[in-house]
Design a protein around this ligand. Structure first.
Ligand code: CMP
Length: 230
């Protein structure tokens, strides 16, 4: 159990690729145009915002709160694709191609969104064309993200997937690398396609080997060269 790591999960690429929130890339005038065309709506915690397979054409920009993007099957199993927070958006896929929603979205905490219908988005782009470029940039980032995830699913075992997911979720807090998402072990399991028991075992092992410190509301990454296997 305490053998030195053979190989590290790829920390730096995922950290380097961390998306810049959409809002912060907009200037005041662009934000003003978006605000004037959007409708604001608030949801409580655990509310369903979008349902996979349903029709809809609105784009949701997150003003506050975090959401979970996931796909599920009939047995209630779910795969979490992404957790999004303030300054980010979702719902752009159906808005762009008018196809059914590709995933479901629920709130992890009370959240407020600026909602742009397809028509409102087109009006915003007519006034400020750069907004379309910013959306495209986020779409490219998401595709890179998805490619990386496919790589970890195919090339890494569960241990490596847990390690790389922790690194992907971690943010710098006063010089410490921390996962501050209030995620249950079941939710981490749903992100990496493994059982809760397996995730529990891996977190315990990483903690015993001194790579992470697990607290009730956060996980601190002590050594970012997380091993990708036992
Ligand atoms: P849409 O298909 O309209 O509704 C579901 C939304 O979930 C989708 O638009 C995207 O905004 C978001 N989504 C789907 N897949 C991913 C992913 N892999 N990463 C981040 N967001 C996603």
């Amino acid at each position: 159990m305490t053998a030195p790591p053979r190989k590290a999960a790829t920390a730096s690429p995922s950290l380097a690729l961390k998306a810049v929130p959409f809002f912060t890339q907009m200037n005041d005038e662009e934000l003003e145009v978006v605000r004037s065309l959007a409708v604001e709506k608030s949801y409580p915690r655990n509310a369903v915002v979008l349902t996979e397979g349903e029709q809809g054409d609105s784009l949701y920009m997150i003003e506050s709160g975090r959401v979970k993007v996931f796909i599920g099957d009939e047995d209630g199993r779910e795969i979490i694709l992404k957790i999004l927070g303030p300054g980010q958006f979702f719902g752009e896929m159906a808005m762009v191609d008018q196809q059914p929603r590709s995933a479901s979205v629920t709130t992890l905490e009370p959240a407020t969104f600026m909602i742009l219908s397809h028509g409102a988005f087109e009006a915003a782009v007519l006034k400020k064309p750069r907004i379309a470029n910013l959306v495209l940039r986020v779409l490219a980032q998401r595709l890179r993200d998805a490619d990386r995830k496919i790589g970890t699913l195919v090339l890494m075992d569960v241990y490596g997937r847990v390690a790389s997911t922790l690194l992907e979720l971690a943010v710098n807090v006063d010089g410490k690398l921390m996962v501050r998402e209030k995620l249950s072990q079941q939710e981490i399991a749903n992100m990496v396609g493994a059982s809760r028991e397996m995730v529990n075992r891996i977190l315990k092992d990483l903690s015993e080997r001194g790579f992470i410190q697990v607290e009730s509301k956060s996980i601190t990454i002590i050594n970012r060269e997380l091993p990708s296997s036992l």
